[in-house]
Design a protein around this ligand. Structure first.
Ligand code: ZN
Length: 136
């Protein structure tokens, strides 16, 4: 099982890591380590031929699955479809979901849970360009 490490943090940021995704195993939630207040992010990995051992549903949170490597099948209620590296799957509240790895390589993915309907401004409607000395 991989673990999340707090690498550094400041008044306005937290930097945590689950380490290399090659060889990542199991499921790791990062909200507590990172102090996230708007969403829950988890990393997951499924070995070839495996699915999550249960279906589940969320009452208030939408989930967004981002497939980072591997390929497989995704089921939402009675709908089944193929997913692969690069896929983003949004799943609404109050429905059952599961995924299965069908590739030889493990399927590694990120899941971001956030309150359904909570996104207000985003990108250019929320961001503003600021003046800051570039220290990079
Ligand atoms: Zn979930």
């Amino acid at each position: 099982m991989s673990e999340v490490k707090i690498l550094n943090s400041g008044e306005k940021f937290a930097h945590v890591s689950v380490g290399s995704l090659k060889g990542f195993e199991g499921k790791q939630f990062v909200k507590d380590a990172a102090g996230e207040t708007s969403c829950e992010i988890s990393f997951g990995s499924l070995p070839s031929g495996q699915s999550v051992p249960f279906f589940h549903s969320h009452k208030e949170n939408e989930e967004n699955y981002i497939i980072l490597s591997g390929a497989g099948k995704f089921q939402v209620n009675g709908d089944v479809f193929d997913v692969a590296e690069g896929s983003v799957i949004r799943v609404a509240t109050n429905c059952d979901r599961n995924l299965k790895c069908t590739s030889q390589e493990p399927m590694v993915y990120i899941c971001i849970q956030a309150k359904e309907g909570s996104l207000g401004g985003y990108t250019m409607t929320d961001a503003e360009i600021t003046e800051r000395e570039n220290l990079l």
